[in-house]
Design a protein around this ligand. Structure first.
Ligand code: FE2
Length: 174
């Protein structure tokens, strides 16, 4: 699914994206019916910003790319906000107004819970991992001084909660 868009990705990241997409597909029934197809699209494409970098902040770069491609506001919102990206923006000193263009009226909380859970329990090559191992791996891959590592430490409690289950163990509010 979405093979053409994912083809631009590095193989490992593509494998991660495909695994998150499949995991979310299997759990999509947790989200309201009307949001499931958008949720699945967002899952496969949540990291697409890495191969369409504009600002260098991949959640927003991905959402902008997908908006240009004609994806729905819900898909763009899910991608822009995936896996505590607001906390990463704060760590990087990014003005949070970058999220404004991806606002939605509907409550996507349960869809976010499924996506965050899948992302936090899928390793960098698509393998199943426990969330604590996922966070440790990210920190060692990026190293102690990288903003990604600082973000993971800052958002650790939120990310660990997200990785427990797909059914909304986090309260997502935007
Ligand atoms: Fe991501």
């Amino acid at each position: 699914m979405y093979g053409e868009l994912l083809a631009a990705m590095m193989p490992d990241r593509r494998a991660h994206s495909l695994a998150v997409g499949r995991k979310v597909t299997a759990a999509a029934h947790i989200a309201p019916k009307s949001q499931r197809s958008d949720l699945v699209a967002a899952a496969y494409l949540h990291d697409i910003g890495y191969c369409h970098l504009q600002s260098g902040f991949h959640p927003i770069d991905g959402a902008q790319f997908l908006a240009q491609q004609g994806f729905s506001r819900a898909v763009c919102h899910l991608v822009a906000h995936h896996s505590a990206s607001v906390e990463e923006a704060k760590e990087r000193g990014i003005d949070l107004s970058v999220f404004d263009e991806f606002g939605v009226e509907e409550d996507l909380g349960r869809a976010h819970s499924v996506l965050w859970w899948a992302d936090m329990t899928t390793g960098p090559t698509g393998q199943d991992v426990a969330v604590v191992d996922r966070l440790s791996e990210i920190c060692s891959r990026y190293g102690p001084d990288d903003p990604v590592t600082r973000f993971v430490l800052r958002a650790r409690a939120k990310l660990i909660a997200a990785g427990q289950e797909p059914t909304g163990s986090i309260q997502v509010s935007f």
